[in-house]
Ligand binder design. Structure first.
Ligand code: PMP
Length: 301
């Protein structure tokens, strides 16, 4: 974690940002969080889709009934100030989150005081982007949205991602794929999925119990620009084993491809659609795409 963070309405040294042991959020996981990348090109900082990240965080608070709101302008201004104060030297990851430090015993969302915390960590590759991933289908089923919101990045909900990722890594795989309660494969532990089959992109629908990823949103826009047909359908095990490319998208992970799923080889090399999407992404991030200025926030250190 970098030297300065945002806590209780001000930027302060990270070592001074403390919360009580009995904090409701620590005991019950009552937080909602975001995760945004900061790209650092010799002191020229680029943030990707800050507006979308703000909107998803505010929606998460709304879904769970947490009484907290910050405007897009104030959110962006605070993040910019925090970046300036930290003067990052590498690429990084920004973690804004809404939490409560109230020492309340009852598990509930209302009648609590919420605060926005933001910290920054240096972050290079989250998963190895230089090769394909070895995936396994987890035995930890994804919880349904009717139980816990799957559209909010809610702290407590990440017990599930943690279980799936731990299991996969302990068994020697890079990452886990998870099935929903209908036994359909819906996402990775922290990535969305795009399955390529016979020239079409097949993506689990919004109501599949996967998070609505901001990287996926961008990938869908790039697929449309490249006239690649998209179908929103559930993925089953056999289709995934026999598809042409299986892509994972996420802020931390970017766009990755599966080498294998449960040891069934999908593709040893990066496939053409993964290449197209990565090139499109690089174009956006390097200001060479017509929509770059709309999607990027530039900050000069
Ligand atoms: N699914 C889950 C469960 C995640 O945690 C993430 C990471 N935020 C994603 C998908 C990908 O979302 P995004 O592209 O917005 O990072």
């Amino acid at each position: 974690m970098m030297q300065f963070c945002f806590h209780q309405g001000q930027i302060k040294p990270s070592t001074e940002a403390t919360i009580p042991l009995a904090a409701h959020s620590l005991q019950y996981g009552t937080t909602v969080f975001g995760g945004m990348r900061g790209y650092n090109n010799n002191g020229q900082i680029t943030l990707f889709r800050a507006k979308d990240h703000h909107q998803r965080l505010m929606n998460a608070a709304k879904i769970l009934g947490m009484d907290y709101y910050i405007s897009l302008e104030d959110f962006q201004k605070t993040i910019e100030e925090l970046i300036q104060k930290n003067q990052p030297k590498t690429d990084f990851y920004i973690r804004p989150f809404i939490y409560t430090a109230d020492e309340v015993l009852t598990p509930r969302f209302d009648e609590l005081n919420y605060d926005l915390g933001i910290y920054i960590i240096p972050l290079g590759d989250y998963l190895d982007t230089s090769k394909g991933l070895r995936l396994m289908i987890s035995s930890y089923q994804k919880f349904p949205d009717a139980c816990i919101s799957t559209k909010a990045k809610a702290g407590g909900a990440y017990l599930h991602s943690s279980a799936a990722r731990t299991q996969a890594n302990k068994l020697g795989y890079d990452e886990a794929l998870v099935m929903n309660a209908e036994w359909k494969i819906v996402e990775g532990s922290a990535e969305n999925l795009i399955m390529i089959y016979r020239g079409e992109a097949i993506i689990p629908p919004l109501a599949s119990d996967a998070l609505e990823g901001i990287t996926l949103r961008t990938a869908i826009e790039l697929l449309k620009e490249n006239n690649i047909p998209i179908r929103y359908e559930f993925l089953d095990r056999s289709s995934v084993y026999t598809c042409d490319e299986l892509l994972l998208t996420g802020t931390a992970a970017n766009i990755l491809y599966a080498e294998s799923v449960d040891d069934r080889v999908i593709s040893k090399e990066m496939g053409p659609i993964c290449k197209t999407l990565r090139e499109g992404f690089d174009q956006i991030l390097s200001n060479q795409h017509p929509r770059s200025s709309e999607l990027l926030t530039q900050i000069q250190l």
